[in-house]
Design a protein around this ligand. Sequence first.
Ligand SMILES: [Fe+2]
Length: 435
Amino acid sequence: MSCRHLAAVAAGCDPCFTVDASRVTFGGGALAEVGPRLRAHGVARVAVFVDPRVHGLPWFAEVAASLAAAGVDAAVYADVAVEPTDASIADAVAFARQARADGVLSLGGGSTIDTAKLANLGAATGHDVRRYVAAPWGEGQPLTAALPVHVACPTTAGTGSEVTGIAIFDLRAHHVKTGVASPRLRPTEAVIDPRVTATLPASVVAAAGLDVLCHALESYTARPHTQRPAPPTPTARPMSQGANRWSDVGCREALRLCGRFLPRATHDADDAEARAEMMWAATLAGIAFGNAGVHVPHAMAYAIAGGVRDYVAVGYPPGAPLVPHGFAVALGAPAAFDALAATAPARFREAAGLLGAAIADVGDAEAGACLADAVAGVMRAVAAPGSLRAIGYDDGDVPALVEGTLPQQRLLGNAPVEVTGALLDGLFRAALGGR
Ligand SMILES: [Fe+2]
């Protein structure tokens, strides 16, 4: 199926794809390797990024012990913000500049790893990170400088940030999520220890797991690389190069693991097997989307998360409105996959089957609804909010949500169809009621 989908190269389009990933070390006890690994890169002093919660967990003590044993001096920044903003990034950059370190280590979820990426960028280049943010929110300058070594240690099974060259933050003045995307931003090494997921609250496992599910689904259904215009030079091929045979492999296994293990991992912190399998799914989906790219649900998510008024998910810090990234992505996903399935019905049906849906009698016309139902079923199984109304949006918000999504051209250009304002209007209206 996938060979047929990718075999025909459209006129002027790209017959090739490039595989790129961080070095990955995966397994129980891997955190003990961070000190020797940094030392092997010649790092003598490292800037460590962690959030206040993780700073108090035994995983931080393990990392500190590994650094000390390897003779690596550490300057610790323990104020990483959940869902970072331009202000919190500026604070982290200021720390990195003063730390005078020759390497970076991040221990945390996507917010922490993204903060470390941007602190490393800001300190190494001396520029405001918005220089490298795509227009219209930034200057859109390419990142040409090589950055200091970054070893990333995820503590959630979600964002895949440890293996991608993408860092996201909230540009508060415009109420949008934006970010920097460059292969040079990809961490040098990912050290992934699935034991860390034992301390995660259920809602964090649920949100992070839905992010994994959408990374896999969007990468699997992205515009095939064979239908993306060929780059002007071989080295100008984008990271979001579209669905390809490499990313397909990781997507299929990640979807199978999400369907089988995400509800178990969410509801039982003692289910070490389920939590470890979700960590592996996150790694596979992260590598896949780092080489294929996500599209419509992630583009919608940035507007959804940026415009929320007073919703705060259970298990997240109170005091400021916050839709966890994984919930924001999932809320638009059923409507988006239903609407896009006509581009490759067999592929959408196969994805539903990998999530556990019965697909033997599903025809091409029902493939989108089948996949949308499968995604909505997982959302219900992990007690995620099921509709935009459930997080405080109503019909009057749709124009602003559409307006907040259209600038996400890096993502929308990776969709299997041209994404118009009218299409997004329909998707947001469908997402208001849920499925
Ligand atoms: Fe994501």
